[in-house]
Design a protein around this ligand. Structure first.
Ligand SMILES: Cc1cc2nc3c(=O)[nH]c(=O)nc-3n(C[C@H](O)[C@H](O)[C@H](O)COP(=O)(O)OP(=O)(O)OC[C@H]3O[C@@H](n4cnc5c(N)ncnc54)[C@H](O)[C@@H]3O)c2cc1C
Length: 825
């Protein structure tokens, strides 16, 4: 009997693991019933009851018509009652975009071969030439202190360069006069610019992200495209896009700004148009924009466009010189001096064909915005975060080698090393995610959930990097000035966290909230059957989705358990993955099964209330996100040709991600509303306890060393950023001082040995190296090398000081004489 019980459990595990169809379960059930009848000798009557019961259950489970009538139609009725109604804007947000690798991670069995078979994202020769030419040139032109402290703006020559070289038209196709760049190239440009000047990067990023150009490309009429796209591409128009208002921030669909369809006089003629009233804030490029993309709710009380009165959110393009448009004032977002400010208008009359896409697109603005959101969100903030992180990794490693305390480079002190290693590993993971997400956009996807993951986790990791970097720099990071390369990044980082949907909302509402519906293989089908379909068609669709869903959940539960008791040894890996990273594929596959099972049980247990349980939803989103970040690193490692020198970075970052995912699951279970279910879930997901531990100190040390040493690994890790070659420039001096410090380390040892052996004495106010030269310990060439290093080092560790007015009087004089000259010219 015990053997049979074990056999039944084994069959359950095998069938569940391989997700076998219901017919197999039925056959196994039949065999079990026959065996029970034979060995138990129930008697004829009992055998008949058993046989009939089996036949009835088997028929119900295997014949959809019966199953529907007896089970799933009833479930559908309950489902319809409890499923909260969705507003049109919620529906449009959920429907927007596409599902890619997130669907695999939600499936419980990611198809690694498919992921590794996707071509490695690459720049074209033309794109690479643009990066090596105009982008390098623009970076070199930007003096961040001049921009952020003196001018509070980009200098006119930089603005002109940006316009002339086509930076504002990177996403506009060549046939409309733009650059026609790939998402990867666009992302690479923003990354490099962000490593040099936040203001320049934002100025370039915004017109290429969600805004007039993107909306025109997808929805514009031919007349609108032909007029505006070439002008935008050449920088003859500066665009901005205004959605956010004082009353509607995160809840952007609730904008109170409105327009009323009416007739009015336009250029002397009676014209069908709209009177629009709005009050917007935080609008990037707004203060200098010539073309205002405007979102407002449109009403048609006189039915001039059709029978509907409340048409919904509508997007229009408004030249900012239109009478009644108030624009030009600025906000000051944490000393980020990119142009940003409010704008407003009251009853401004504009022709109806200013609606993007013309009158047919009246009321379709929210759908347009949601559909276009993913591309920009995949690129802008992930790229700027990577630019910042790479620049910090390079500069902080260099500074930690140049700066000594306790007669040791601070980077070799364990406390500093810990922060430095974290910067290096996070930077690797961020670059991998940037490239994979941009590559996904280039493959034609509009990844709504993955772009939210990329935006949230990369801005947060950038925050971790800049915090670590500030700690390492000590007072040098705190005192602002032209010689501080980290302070402005620290100041401005929260801006990226707030824009494109503030991060708390992105984490707790969007990643899992949207993912659970969009990426789950069955939930959206069930919802559509329940809410958008009727009659027989709804019943058939719901039955199929619901029964598949149950099988999917059981299979993932079994997989999670089997992976738990076998330490992931059976978990799916790619056929051709690098052997040294195969265990990370296994762990991710295990995590995917556990996550998919937990997500299903959570949705079942909490239903619509899960939407309000944002702490649970946020943690489930974290698990999904960690799997995505690890997947991106594994793909990057393959695409880069399996460079073993980079392995410590992957090892640290992957272990950190698995540990965080595990913690997130643990916290979901600890806070699960039904405690008995939480216990069962814990037994299923962690049958032998929690397996993942934080990264080892030894790995952290290996990561730190990669940025403390000049060489290929450091260059690869920071390959997307601008590296100044000028010693007149703070980061240029730092780079030179770093190389000189490393080159002088044998001389340092020589001097220390001489002191230790008593051949040389160190005295305050006496140049020890010069004395060593007199004593023949250093030759002339060595002395020169040492003195150059010392000069560079002193330059690097100095901090800026200012006159009482921080130089404002001098700056104002310089700027006003420039204005006089410009006017005269
Ligand atoms: C510098 C800057 C530039 C910007 N540029 C533009 C632009 O060019 N065009 C444009 O239209 N907009 C722009 N924005 C707006 C931006 O994209 C955000 O959408 C907006 O700032 C969010 O609104 P809020 O700041 O009023 O925050 P609030 O909506 O007041 O949110 C405050 C906090 O509550 C959280 N929160 C809100 N709702 C929820 C919820 N349901 N669950 C959990 N947490 C929630 C948020 O995450 C946030 O942490 C910009 C913003 C800034 C700061």
């Amino acid at each position: 009997m015990l053997g049979w019980i074990l056999g039944v459990i084994a069959v359950f595990l095998v069938f569940g693991y391989w997700h076998l169809p219901i017919i197999w379960w039925t056959l196994a059930g039949g065999l079990l019933a026959a065996y029970l009848s034979v060995i138990a000798g129930f008697g004829f009557a009992a055998d008949i009851v058993l046989a009939v019961s089996f036949i009835i259950i088997a028929a119900i489970l295997n014949f959809p018509i019966l199953r529907r009538k007896i089970i799933t139609d009833r479930v559908l009725a309950i489902y319809r009652r409890i499923l909260p109604d969705m507003s049109q804007t919620e529906k449009e947000a959920i429907d927007a975009g596409t599902v890619w690798w997130d669907g695999d991670l939600f499936s419980g069995r990611p198809d690694w071969d498919k992921l590794l078979a996707t071509p490695a994202p690459r720049l074209s020769a033309e794109e690479q030439a643009f990066l090596d030419g105009p982008v390098e040139e623009l970076c070199a032109m930007c003096d961040d202190w001049e921009i952020t402290h003196e001018r509070y703006d980009l200098p006119p020559r930089v603005w002109q360069f940006i316009k002339d070289k086509g930076f504002l038209g990177m996403i506009i196709p060549k046939k409309h006069g733009g650059m026609g760049f790939s998402a990867l190239a666009h992302s690479a440009v923003v990354t490099k610019l962000s490593s040099r000047s936040n203001a320049a990067a934002v100025t370039v990023m915004v017109p290429n992200s969600l805004g007039p150009a993107e909306l025109l490309l997808h929805y514009g009429t031919d007349a609108q495209k032909n007029h505006y796209l070439p002008r935008l591409a050449k920088g003859l128009e500066i665009p901005c896009f205004a959605l956010t208002s004082p009353e509607a921030g995160s809840d952007a669909a609730s904008i109170p700004d409105y327009g009323v369809v009416c007739k009015g006089i336009w250029q002397g003629k009676e014209t069908l148009g709209m009177r629009v009233t709005w009050d917007k804030r935080y609008i990037t490029l707004g203060p200098v924009a010539t073309l205002l993309g405007l979102a407002f709710r449109l009403y048609d009380p006189e039915h001039l466009l059709g029978s509907k009165e409340d048409l919904g959110i509508t997007c229009a393009l408004v030249p900012t010189n239109t009478a009644g448009v108030n624009i030009g004032r600025r906000h000051l977002p944490l000393n980020g001096v990119f142009q940003n400010g409010p704008n407003s208008g009251k009853d401004v009359f504009m022709p109806i064909d200013w609606i993007i896409g013309g009158p047919e697109y009246a009321g379709k603005g929210w759908m347009m915005l949601m559909n276009c959101l993913a591309a920009g969100r995949s690129i802008s903030l992930p790229a700027s975060s990577v630019g910042g992180a790479q620049a910090l990794a390079r500069a902080t490693g260099a500074y930690a080698r140049v700066r000594q305390q306790f007669r040791t480079p601070i980077g070799k002190l364990e406390g500093v090393e810990e922060a430095l290693g974290r910067i290096a590993a996070n930077t690797y993971m961020m670059e991998a995610t940037r490239i994979m997400t941009a590559g996904c956009v280039d493959a034609g996807e509009k990844p709504s959930v993955l772009s939210a993951i990329a935006k949230y986790h990369m801005t947060e990791r950038a925050r971790q990097c800049v915090n670590d970097s500030m700690d390492i720099h000590g007072g040098k990071g705190i005192c602002l000035g032209p010689n501080n390369w980290v302070g402005r990044g620290y100041q401005v980082l929260p801006v990226g966290i707030t824009v494109e949907g503030a991060n708390i909302l992105t984490r707790t509402l969007i990643i899992f909230g949207q993912g659970a519906i969009r990426c789950h293989p069955y939930v959206l089908r069930e919802m559509r059957a329940a809410k958008e379909m009727a009659g027989e068609a709804a019943a058939i669709e719901f039955d199929d989705a619901f029964t598949s869903h149950i099988g999917h959940a059981i299979s993932n539960g079994v997989r999670a358990f089997v992976h738990g008791i076998t330490s992931s040894r059976l978990a799916h890996v790619p056929r051709e993955g690098a052997p040294e990273t195969l265990h990370y594929y296994r762990f991710t596959s295990r995590m995917s099964a556990a996550f998919a099972f937990l997500a299903d049980v959570s949705m079942m247990a909490m239903g619509g209330a899960l939407k309000r349980k944002e702490k649970i939803s946020g943690r489930l989103g974290d698990v999904l996100s960690m799997m995505y970040l690890v997947s991106a690193m594994l793909k990057h490692y393959e695409d880069q040709g399996r460079i073993r020198e980079d392995l410590p970075l992957i090892r640290w970052a992957a272990r950190d991600a698995f540990y965080h995912a595990q913690q997130a699951i643990d916290q979901v279970l600890s806070n699960f509303p039904i405690k008995s279910l939480a216990t069962l879930l814990r037994w299923t997901i962690f049958p032998l306890g929690t397996p993942f531990r934080p990264p080892l100190d030894s790995r952290n040390q290996e990561c730190a060393r990669l940025v403390l040493e000049p060489g290929a690994a450091r260059d690869r890790l920071t390959s997307s950023v601008f590296i100044s070659k000028s010693e007149k420039d703070a980061t240029g001096v730092l780079e030179a001082a770093f190389l000189a410090t490393v080159a002088c380390e044998p001389l340092d040892k020589k001097l220390r040995d001489a002191v230790r052996s008593g051949k040389l004495e160190t005295r305050p106010g006496v140049d020890t190296a010069a004395v060593a030269h007199q004593l023949g310990i250093l030759n002339s060439e060595e002395l020169q090398k040492w003195q150059r290093k010392e000069a560079l080092r002193r330059n690097v560790i100095k901090v800026d000081d200012f006159p009482q007015d921080f130089g404002r009087a001098e700056i104002l004089q310089k700027l006003s004489s420039e204005t006089v000259k410009a006017k005269a010219a």
